[in-house]
Write a protein that binds this ligand. Structure first.
Ligand code: PMP
Length: 405
């Protein structure tokens, strides 16, 4: 695989920002899209647009086929046993809210517990807090150490007979930590605790096999996996999904409706009320096929090389402090600069064509743990190069000069 050939697939990367080549280092927030994904969207609207499932005419049938083919692409991509266990939702956020509301409604009683980790994104905290408030349940938090690694020795004490679910991230968007998720799931299952894995940050970077993981639920977002915004996936074991009540009421999720009583459709439609994001689903299928065409070996090796290079270069700068130094990481580097607010770091490097994120990364408890308000964060996708990182390093020297560090 040649990186220049890959970069040529991403039209946005060809542009200059303030006269500099764009160094896009914010793929953890959202990834850029290859031509094939952009074309899938416009091709759908130009040649195939029709509502799905209910039509008896050619366009509707071919749109339905493309939509359901994309579900099979998702099934293959995460190695789900059945396509009906792959539910299309708006995003990781919606997937977690769905489980919190539907699984929570079914399983959680006053006095019960939901276990989370100390490194969760707000979208894997707030839905559980809302559930706990409603049900009189409580949250238990698996702690982490100063490197940003979970303290797995304590997991057995966090899980109790009252724990109804462990909801945990596979990889941290703010720290980059890649958690030993299979081991965590094994421990939880040994305590009869089902596990939801927030895969928003892992799915773009490594092969996901939900059968090997044996997770009960797995979630990811299309827009971080080189696909469109507005589409995400919830995988769930059918025995859970079948027992859960529907999420939203409306068209398509029903089997029969009368004013006296409604019966619900089978999986996956029970959880897909109303007209779905048809074009986005189809383009998500294209994005997953794109990732597979590049290959996991290339992606993992390439991104690990970028991570190693950036980690070494940034740790050698005395004015930089890395936040999140776990042994196992995805391509995410968070850092602070003594005396400079991360927002200033982000705004200044932007002047040199470097796009990084600054803020709390929707993970305020992590910021509190490290006693900082925010970090600057560079994150890598399969299209980044060592020269993107060099461009960041040079721009950081400009920040240093301005602040006389
Ligand atoms: N979990 C993690 C770990 C994330 O990084 C994100 C996105 N930053 C989310 C959940 C939420 O994803 P989305 O905004 O696509 O719903």
């Amino acid at each position: 695989m040649d990186i220049n050939t890959i970069r040529a697939d991403f039209p946005i990367l060809k542009q200059k920002i303030y006269g500099y080549p764009l160094a896009y280092l914010d793929s953890a927030a959202t990834s850029q899209k290859p031509d094939s994904v952009i074309n899938a969207l416009s091709q759908f609207y130009q040649q195939n647009n029709a509502n799905i499932h209910r039509g008896v005419y050619y366009l509707s049938e071919s749109a339905t086929k493309a939509y359901e083919n994309a579900r099979h692409s998702v099934q293959r991509f995460i190695n789900a046993p059945h396509a009906k266990e792959c539910i299309f939702v708006r995003s990781t956020t919606e997937a977690i809210n769905l489980v919190a509301q539907c699984f929570g409604h079914l399983r959680v009683q006053p006095g019960d517990e939901i276990a989370l980790s100390a490194m969760e994104h707000h979208s894997n905290i707030v839905p559980w807090q809302m559930l706990c408030e409603k049900k009189g349940a409580t949250l238990k938090i698996l702690p982490m150490n100063q490197r940003g690694e979970l303290e797995l020795d304590t997991l057995e004490h966090i899980l109790t007979p009252k724990t109804k679910l462990l909801a945990i991230t596979h990889a941290s968007n703010a720290l980059g930590t890649l958690n030993p998720i299979k081991k965590i799931i094994d421990v939880a299952h040994a305590h009869q605790v089902p596990v939801l894995v927030d895969g928003a940050q892992s799915t773009p970077h490594l092969k996901i096999d939900v059968q090997d993981l044996d997770c009960d639920f797995f979630t990811f977002s299309g827009h971080k996996t080189y696909g469109p915004t507005g589409i995400g996936v919830l995988y769930g074991k059918s025995r859970w999904l079948e027992s859960m009540p529907p999420y939203q009421g409306g068209g398509e999720m029903i089997s029969h409706v009368s004013f006296a009583k409604t019966t619900y459709n089978d999986l996956p439609y029970k959880f897909e009320a109303g007209t779905p994001a048809i074009a986005e689903v189809i383009a998500l299928g294209t994005a997953l096929e794109y990732i597979e065409s590049i290959g996991w070996d290339f992606i993992r090796n390439h991104e690990q090389q970028l991570l190693a290079y950036a980690t070494e270069a940034l740790s050698s700068l005395p004015f930089i402090k890395l936040i999140g130094t776990a042994e196992e990481k995805i391509g995410v580097i968070s850092f602070t600069m003594e005396g400079v607010h991360p927002h200033d770091v982000g705004s200044i490097v932007d002047q040199y064509g470097v796009a990084i994120r600054a803020g709390h990364h929707c993970a305020m408890p992590i910021m509190d743990f490290f006693n900082i308000p925010a970090t600057a964060r560079a994150s890598f996708g399969l299209y980044n190069t060592l020269s993107d990182i060099d461009q960041l390093l040079q721009a950081l020297q400009e920040v240093r000069k301005i602040f006389k560090l």
